[in-house]
Design a protein around this ligand. Structure first.
Ligand code: WT7
Length: 656
């Protein structure tokens, strides 16, 4: 099929004027159309109103202190305990028997955890951390599979004021070690392993290896999940079931300052060193709770909410843990991958638990598209009433498929734009208000100020393309990069002047003022909704003894959004063993960073296209990686380099 026919058939399936909110939903939606005007009239007052949805031990005396931008303080003087807000307060209000999580292990084992049980578990874990000597402000690394202990550990930290630093279980020992070093964590919480793709995959050996590369960790708390054999370091390692299970369920929670650090989450930037994004307590919880309630229209008594993501990413932090719990939601938490033991696993879970709201990423939706609509059609998905998307722009084709084959044509889709740094939703429709346009995240969340600007920082005209900026501080914003205030200022706040946050995304504004996100404008790739830095992969490649130079680009990929394509120049003495070398290098990157950073293609080349000033021209490499006609080559030192590279290329890999 030619592209034009595709576009025509797509256009004919888009109702003119978009998809209006379903009338039944709009009639009882948590948030109605008047909200924008209200929030615009008094933005800070609007957030104060949302903060009052939480329990504060001490009220704040100042809602926002922005006297020293870009360092914001929200709810200054206020005190609260984040874990108490997420758990105890619901138990105290008589909801102890409500299910907090329906947890489903990949092999099919399940655990149902009520709010009362969660409270007991969190208190036990809090007492255990105290026994390990953890104090308020200390950093605790969490490297766990998607098991309830991940949530319990995070909340136990929050309860005692320790700062959690969750590292996704797919990261390598090296990546774990560098994060532990940077955050100076004293304790690591891990498991023997977890289940993925039908098999136990080990975690503890990664921790053991990581701890040979970093100092300062005195205790490793280990959950038994897969019963794999583990090495044991006496005096350092302790089993969860030995230390936590016997603890008291009584723990008196202290209230912490609204600006007390809650967690650090590392994310890739444009340099090889990941950035430790710091989130604090009161503002963060206010915005994740509000956005979860408003955007997903959560009805705690009847909804079953499922964010199908890993707690190792910010999506899991904000919308598996803090948002849903703050709103007393009942959530589904699933350990494994969508194709295990069969390709209908998700739909089976939705059918069985009567899930009403599903939140996932475009890359997963496109995978389901490949598997075909007959898979979900075999299950009863009629419980669903609302869908969400996050991680990258959702292409209209995937949006329509999701709408039709998962949502049965009746569920609005919330395309939520946000980042690790923003902590919570920023640009998103509202389900009872917005007429949806597939492919657009549409407008700022009430209380959020955003704009699309040109190179000079001037707002662009409708129809034009520019850069997304956030023009006012927001409650869930990052407070700094851990240990590096200068980098925080340089990365986000230096491009357009004081108080303007540069998100790093390109965007288009349409005639109605709706925002269409266009992807990253920096050297950051988006692979399956995960941010990976080109520089980080390049430095992993050049750390291999055979590689002299490397250039990495993100090439459009029909399933993962972008795929990693690497061009390498070998050292003089290295032998190009073809496929074998490519395999070795791929393994090396997996070892250095983790499987998510494994290049889709690695091409050995004799030279790289460079400008006269020596800058690698990634644009041209991207053209090659995507099999496109080459763009302008006039700034190259030697344009024959491109012919040389092109002539060496294998055909691009096919889609499967
Ligand atoms: C980057 C942030 C937010 C949790 C998941 C990723 C891209 C995210 C959307 C969306 C278009 C999106 C942006 C952003 N992105 N959501 N709905 N539409 N792009 O968090 O790893 O911090 O990545 O993901 O490029 O900058 P992250």
């Amino acid at each position: 099929m030619s592209e034009t026919t595709d576009e025509q058939s797509l256009a004919s399936r888009l109702p003119e004027g978009g998809f209006p909110p379903p009338p039944e939903l709009a009639a009882q939606a948590n948030v109605g159309p008047d909200v924008y005007e209200r929030a615009d009239a008094d933005r800070v007052g609007f957030w104060e109103e949302q903060a009052r949805r939480l329990d504060w031990v001490e009220p704040w005396d100042q809602a926002l202190d922005w006297s020293n931008p870009p360092f914001a303080k929200w709810f200054v003087g206020g005190k609260l305990n984040v874990a108490v807000n997420c758990v105890d307060r619901h138990v105290d209000a008589g909801h102890g028997d409500q299910v907090a999580y329906h947890w489903i292990g990949e092999p099919g084992d399940t655990r149902t955890i009520t709010y009362a049980e969660l409270k007991d578990e969190v208190c036990r874990a809090a007492n255990a951390l105290i026994e390990l000597g953890v104090q308020a402000g200390d950093r605790v690394a969490i490297y766990l599979p998607m098991i309830p202990e991940a949530v319990i550990s995070m909340l136990a930290c929050a309860r005692i004021g320790a700062v959690h630093m969750v590292v996704f279980g797919g990261f390598s020992p090296d990546a774990l070690a560098s994060r532990i070093t940077d955050a100076d964590a004293k304790v690591v919480i891990t498991a023997d392993g977890g289940y993925r793709r039908g098999a136990p995959s080990a975690l503890k050996p990664n921790v053991d290896e990581a701890l040979t590369k970093t100092e300062g960790v005195r205790s490793v708390l280990v959950v038994k999940r897969t019963e794999q054999d583990v090495e044991w370091t006496e005096g350092r390692d302790v089993w969860w079931h030995d230390l936590v299970t016997g603890q008291s369920t009584e723990h008196e929670a202290e209230a912490f300052d609204a600006e007390h650090p809650l967690y650090i989450m590392y994310t890739s930037g444009t340099t090889a060193k990941p950035k430790g994004i710091l989130h604090t307590s009161g503002g963060y919880l206010t915005q994740v709770a509000y956005s979860h309630w408003a955007v997903f229209d959560i009805k705690p008594d009847t909804d079953v909410f499922w964010t199908a993501a890993d707690v190792g990413w910010v999506t899991g932090h904000s919308y598996i843990v803090y948002g849903p719990l703050a709103n007393r939601a009942t959530s589904v938490m699933y350990e494994g991958t969508p194709e295990t033991p069969h390709r209908g696993r998700w739909w089976e879970i939705i059918q069985e638990y009567k899930v009403t709201i599903l939140y996932t990423a475009p890359t997963t939706i496109r995978t389901f598209m490949k598997w075909g609509p007959e898979v979900p059609a075999g299950f009863d998905l009629s419980s669903l009433r609302l869908l969400g998307s996050v991680g990258e722009p959702i292409n209209p084709e995937a949006w329509l498929w999701y709408h039709e084959h998962i949502g049965g044509g009746r569920c609005p889709i919330m395309d939520t734009w946000w980042q690790t740094e923003t902590g919570a939703h920023m640009i998103t429709p509202l389900p009872g208000v917005t007429t949806l346009k597939p492919g657009s995240a549409q407008r700022p969340l009430p209380g959020i100020a955003a704009s699309v600007v040109d190179e000079e920082g001037k707002p662009i005209e409708p129809g034009a393309t520019g850069y997304l900026v956030l023009t006012e501080p927001w409650p869930a914003m990052l407070r700094t990069i851990w240990g590096d205030d200068e980098r925080y200022k340089d990365t986000y706040w230096s491009r357009y002047g004081e108080g303007v946050y540069f998100a790093g995304d390109g965007a288009k504004l349409d005639e109605d003022g709706d925002i269409w996100l266009l992807g990253r404008v920096d050297d950051v790739m988006n692979v399956s909704g995960h941010r990976i830095s080109t520089t980080e992969v390049e430095s992993a490649l050049v750390s291999h003894p055979t590689v002299a130079e490397a250039a990495v680009v993100g090439a459009t990929d029909a399933t993962t959004g972008q795929g990693i394509v690497a061009f390498v120049i070998l050292r003089g003495d290295a032998v190009d063993s073809g496929e074998e070398l490519v395999k070795t290098l791929r393994l090396h990157v997996r070892k250095e960073i983790g499987p998510i950073a494994s290049p889709r293609q690695i091409m050995v080349v004799a030279e790289l296209p460079k400008t006269r000033s020596g800058k690698i021209m990634r644009r041209l490499l991207r053209d090659i990686a995507e099999n496109r006609e080459l763009g302008d080559v006039t700034t190259l030192t030697d344009s024959s380099v491109m012919d040389l590279i092109s002539s060496k290329l294998p055909a691009a890999p096919s889609e499967d």
